[in-house]
Ligand binder design. Structure first.
Ligand SMILES: C[S@@+](CC[C@H](N)C(=O)[O-])C[C@H]1O[C@@H](n2cnc3c(N)ncnc32)[C@H](O)[C@@H]1O
Length: 144
């Protein structure tokens, strides 16, 4: 997915993951210098408990995997909820406003509400808009 920002992003919350080699010492590290050449450097510091998750995400997708909301599958191209969660977490904070111009089955709306963001959206198809409303109602019943 491409992430566009007008200027520097207002918010960036990197997704962290546990380092499986935490505590061990890395003696040699390779990195790319300004000229683009890979060079090694000595680094005797212990590896931290957590590091930033890389940007290749393996996410389950498809029937019964993208969401538990069966009604959503009446839309032909839904996003998996996990994909939306990761982006909303990365680029917004609680009470921020999330806008989805192509709401489809309402995945972004649902996840925004779950993650305590404000939300507004648009959807050209009345049928898909109705699916969104059903999903939002479901989550609001749970939250109340
Ligand atoms: C790929 S789907 C979005 C799926 C959504 N992310 C989900 O998880 O269900 C794109 C949606 O954009 C809607 N759409 C297309 N053109 C539109 C427009 N001009 N204004 C609003 N919605 C539009 C389509 O009807 C379709 O439901």
């Amino acid at each position: 997915m491409f992430v566009f920002s007008k200027g520097k992003p207002k918010t960036f919350n990197p997704i962290m993951k546990k380092n499986i080699t935490a505590g061990s010492v890395r003696f040699s590290r390779k990195f790319r210098n300004k000229e683009g050449k890979m060079i090694s450097s000595f680094n005797g510091e212990p590896i931290k408990e957590e590091g930033i998750e890389n940007n290749i995400w393996v996410i389950k997708n498809g029937m019964f995997k993208s969401t538990k909301d069966l009604i959503a599958f009446n839309h032909p191209a839904i996003f998996p909820e996990e994909l939306v969660q990761k982006h909303i977490f990365s680029w917004s904070n609680e009470n921020d406003l999330v806008y989805d111009p192509f709401m489809g089955s309402g995945t972004t709306a649902k996840v925004s509400i779950q993650m305590k963001r404000n939300f507004f959206g648009s959807e050209i198809s009345k049928d898909y808009y109705d699916i969104s409303m059903e999903r939002i109602k479901l989550i609001e019943q749970i939250l109340i």
